[in-house]
Design a protein around this ligand. Structure first.
Ligand code: UDP
Length: 335
C-alpha cells in the first residue's frame, strides 16, 4: 500500500501522507506541522528542544494525527525509527541564528553535518522523499544580487565562525544532491531567505523578533553596523506554502530553490517601521559589529533571492507584505 502511495498521484496531494518533520518544535517546523495537519496528513516530529520550544507545538498535542519524540537527530536509531514510519521527511533540525552559531560553533557543525547524514541515510533505506531546509547563508557575501540558485558562493576565512555555518549547510546540500545522483533518492533543497513570523524568537539573533521586543519594552532598538545593509523578509506562511507546493511537484526532485520574499528593506528602515508600528518611545542605537557579534565579523550588505525558478515551477508569489508580517509578529508578542 505504501508503495502505491509513492506514485505521482500521491505527490500531487490527492492522498493524505505520513510526514516526519525534524525540528518540528522550531519556528518554521511548527508552522509546517500545522499546515500538513490541516491538509489531513499525519505528522511525526523529532526535536530535542535545543532551540525549538514545546509551547510551539503544545496546541497540536491533542490532535490524534500528531506525534512527537523529544530527542536528538544525532542519535541514528531515533532518526531511523522515525523515518521508517513515514512517506516523506522535512529536515529542519539544525543550528540556527547567527548569534547561536557564533556562540556554539562545534555543536552547530555537528548537528548540521552529522544530523543531515543520518536523515539522508535513513530516508534512503526506504527511498523516502526528503525536503532539506537550507539557507541564503549559502551565498555568503556575494555582491551579485539577486542571488540565483546556480550562483557562486563567496565566503570569508575559516576563522570567522559565521562561514562555518554556511559551509555546513553547503555540505548538507552536497550530500542531498549526491544521494539523488548516486542513489536516486528524491530530494528537494529549499534555501530560505530571512523567514519571519509569529513564534520566532530573537534569542539567537534574528532581527525582527529582537526589534519588536525592544520596541514593545521601549528599550533601545539595536541596529548593527551602519544599518544600511538590507534583507528581504518572508512570512513563514508563504514559505510553508512554497515548500508544500514543491513537495507536490515531482519535477522539483534533485533541484535547489530559493524561497522567501524578494522585496528588500534596510535594517535602519526596518527599525523605524517597527518603532512607528508599535508607537514605541525606543531610541534607535547603532552598535558596531565587533561589539554585537565577534571581532572581524562579516555581514552581507544585501541579500535578495531570485525567485524565478520557484515562480516558474509552482507559480509561487509571496502573499504577505512586510507590514502584514510585522503586524502578525507584534500581535504575537503582545499576546
Ligand atoms: N541585526 C541588527 N540588530 C539586531 C539583530 C540583527 O541590526 O539586533 C542585523 C544583522 O546584523 C543583519 C540583519 O539584521 O544585518 C539580519 O540579521 P538576522 O540575524 O536576522 O539574519 P541574517 O540575514 O544575518 O542571517
Amino acid at each position: 500500500m505504501i508503495g502505491a502511495l509513492r506514485g505521482p498521484s500521491f505527490w500531487k496531494g490527492q492522498l493524505a501522507m505520513k510526514a516526519l518533520v525534524t525540528g518540528g518544535a522550531g519556528f518554521i517546523g511548527s508552522h509546517l506541522c500545522e499546515a500538513l495537519l490541516k491538509r489531513g496528513d499525519e505528522v511525526w516530529i523529532v526535536d530535542n528542544l535545543s532551540t525549538g520550544r514545546f509551547e510551539n507545538i503544545a496546541h497540536l498535542e491533542d490532535n490524534s494525527k500528531f506525534h512527537y519524540t523529544i530527542d536528538t537527530i544525532l542519535d541514528e536509531r531515533v532518526v531511523g525509527e522515525a523515518t521508517a514510519k513515514v512517506d516523506v521527511v522535512f529536515h529542519l533540525a539544525a543550528a540556527v541564528g547567527v548569534a547561536y552559531i557564533i556562540d556554539n560553533p562545534l555543536k552547530s557543525l555537528e548537528t548540521n553535518i552529522k544530523g543531515t547524514e543520518f536523515v539522508l541515510q535513513a530516508a534512503n533505506e526506504g527511498k523516502k522523499k526528503v525536503i532539506v531546509f537550507s539557507t541564503s547563508e549559502i551565498y555568503g557575501k556575494a555582491n551579485e544580487q539577486p542571488c540565483k540558485e546556480t550562483d557562486d558562493r563567496i565566503l570569508g576565512a575559516t576563522t570567522i565562525a559565521r562561514w562555518g555555518y554556511s559551509s555546513s549547510k553547503a555540505i548538507d546540500e552536497f550530500l542531498a544532491l549526491a544521494y539523488h545522483r548516486e542513489k536516486q533518492l528524491p530530494v528537494v533543497i529549499v534555501r530560505c531567505f530571512n523567514t519571519c513570523g509569529p513564534r520566532q524568537t530573537g534569542q539567537y539573533g534574528m532581527v525582527i523578533p529582537r526589534f519588536v521586543k525592544q520596541a514593545l519594552l521601549n528599550r533601545p532598538i539595536t541596529v548593527y553596523g551602519d544599518g544600511k545593509q538590507s534583507r528581504c523578509f518572508g512570512d513563514v506562511s508563504d514559505v510553508v506554502r512554497a515548500v508544500i507546493g514543491l513537495l507536490d511537484e515531482p519535477a522539483a526532485n534533485g533541484e535547489v530553490f530559493n524561497v522567501g520574499s524578494d522585496i528588500p528593506i534596510s535594517i535602519e528602515e526596518l527599525a523605524v517601521k517597527i518603532k512607528e508600528l508599535t508607537g514605541s518611545r525606543s531610541p534607535v542605537e547603532y552598535i558596531p559589529y565587533d561589539k554585537a557579534y565577534e571581532r572581524g565579523f562579516e555581514d552581507m550588505r544585501r541579500r535578495i533571492p531570485d525567485l524565478t525558478k520557484l515562480r516558474d515551477l509552482i507559480g509561487y508569489e509571496p502573499e504577505v507584505s512586510l507590514e502584514q508580517l510585522l503586524e502578525r509578529v507584534v500581535a504575537d508578542f503582545r499576546k
